[in-house]
Structure formats: structure tokens, C-alpha cells
Design a binder for this molecule. Structure first.
Ligand code: ATP
Length: 232
């Protein structure tokens, strides 16, 4: 569905990503792991067309992406900088985004995602006054509002309490069952192993391993992963 060919990113004199090749199949749930600074967020931003690569290309359904508009509409993104306006309420933020994406029956859809994320009671609260976990819920609500075919998730469970974590995992699992393609960056290997079918390890801007989670026990990977990222 999405093919990355030789994707590179150089900032100043630093190579952040080095010739990354990656294929993401339709309906797949792919995890990306790696140490701090490995380039995971940079890679996600390039796929989301929020940042430009300095080399290589992205193919979507085997067609090169020249301007990202086709893909942009099909993608929902959860990133730390969550594209939400601090001084708008939760519902105003969702209305703004929903109009931008021409969401049908916007009012009903907003009520649906508010309920899915347990945000009904906070809907009139100003975004910047929310707790970290509540902000993360709004960020997820925004990402799924237009029912994207692809979800790009950067540490999506950050800040969520145990109950919300379970319900958000269920929500993503349901979307995945409905053939949503998911690319998820996380430091929580347990979550990655529980949810993702395949995992790519990014190290200093390069994909150095790919694993099928069903075939590799997490403990073995934890040992290997630590060795690999420690350079051994
Ligand atoms: N705009 C920028 N200018 C300069 N350097 C940048 C910029 N954006 C990212 N970097 C650098 O690129 C490298 C990769 O950053 P990135 O955020 O992609 O890493 P990451 O794997 O997501 O890390 P973490 O696990 O800490 O979130 C880091 O060394 C970072 O400092």
C-alpha cells in the first residue's frame, strides 16, 4: 500500500534517515521501534507529508506521490505536536478539523468520536486546560474523525490511564479489523508485541531488522534488540 524507497533525511550535516526501504501492506499493523533519536518520528512525519525527505520516494498504491494531497486525506496522525488549537474547545477543534476534511454528518461523527474516547463531558473545555492524557484522547479523536484508511501513531498510549489505555487499544484493534492500516511508533515493546503483526527496528536512521511478532517471542527480541541497539 505504501512503499518507501531509499528515503533519506539530512538536516544540516546530519543524516537523520539513511536510505530507508519499507513496505507497508494494506490492513497491516506495523510497529517501529528504536532508541531515542533513531529517526522514528522523522520517518512518520515524512510518510504523513508533514516533512519532506531529502532523498528517495514514497509510492502509494504503487504510484509516486508528487504532492501529498491524495495520501493526506487518507491518513490520520497522532503526533506529540497534535495540530490542535490551544484556545479552542475540544468540540471547536474537532469541528475545525472536520470541516477541513469535509467529514459527512460532522455533528454526529463528532459525538461518536467523543463517546469512543470518553470525552463527552470535556467537549466544551478549552484544549490547553486539559490534562496530558485528555489531550492525548482529543488527539486520537482528531486522528480518527475523518475515518482514515491509514493511521500513523507516535506513542499513542502516552499519558493514558489504565482504563483509557484498554479502551483505546480496543478502538485501534476494531479499526484494524475493519482494514485500517496502522503504523505505530512506541517504546513499549509489550504493546507493540501485543498489537503489531510486524516490527521494524530503526537504528541511527537505518532499518536494521524486521520481525514477525508471532514468530519471535518478546523476551528473545528484547535481548536481541538491546544487543543490536547497543551496537553489539
Ligand atoms: N528539525 C530538526 N532539526 C535538527 N535536528 C532534528 C530535527 N528534527 C529531528 N532532528 C534530529 O533527528 C534525530 C531523530 O529525531 P526523531 O525525533 O525522529 O527521533 P525518534 O526516534 O522519534 O526519537 P524519540 O524516541 O526520542 O522520540 C534526532 O537526533 C533529532 O535531534
Amino acid at each position: 500500500m505504501i512503499r518507501l524507497e531509499n528515503i533519506s533525511k539530512v538536516i544540516g550535516h546530519r543524516s537523520i534517515l539513511r536510505k530507508v526501504d519499507l513496505y507497508i501492506q494494506q490492513g497491516e499493523w506495523l510497529g517501529i521501534i528504536g532508541q531515542n533519536g533513531a529517526g522514528k518520528t522523522t520517518l512518520l512525519k515524512i510518510i504523513a507529508q508533514l516533512s519532506r525527505s531529502t532523498g528517495g520516494r514514497i509510492l502509494y498504491r504503487e504510484q509516486p506521490l508528487d504532492d501529498g494531497s491524495v495520501l493526506k486525506k487518507e491518513i490520520g496522525v497522532v503526533l506529540e505536536a497534535s495540530f490542535l488549537y490551544s484556545h479552542l474547545t475540544v468540540i471547536e477543534n474537532l469541528e475545525f478539523y472536520g470541516k477541513l476534511y469535509d467529514v459527512d454528518h460532522l455533528r454526529e461523527r463528532i459525538m461518536e468520536v467523543l463517546e469512543l474516547l470518553g470525552l463527552e463531558h470535556a467537549r466544551k473545555q478549552i484544549f490547553c486546560t486539559l490534562s496530558k492524557g485528555m489531550k492525548q484522547r482529543v488527539s486520537i479523536a482528531r486522528a480518527i474523525l475523518h475515518q482514515p484508511r491509514i493511521l500513523l501513531l507516535d506513542e499513542p498510549f502516552d499519558g493514558l490511564d489504565e482504563d483509557t489505555l484498554m479502551s483505546v487499544k480496543r478502538l485501534f484493534t476494531d479499526l484494524h479489523k475493519k482494514r485500517t492500516t496502522i503504523l505505530m511508533v512506541s517504546h513499549a515493546l509489550e504493546d507493540i508485541w501485543e498489537l503489531c503483526g510486524r516490527v521494524a527496528v530503526l537504528h541511527e536512521g537505518e532499518i536494521i531488522h524486521e520481525y514477525v511478532t508471532a514468530l519471535e517471542p518478546l523476551d528473545a527480541i528484547r535481548r536481541k534488540y538491546c544487543r543490536v541497539t547497543a551496537g553489539g
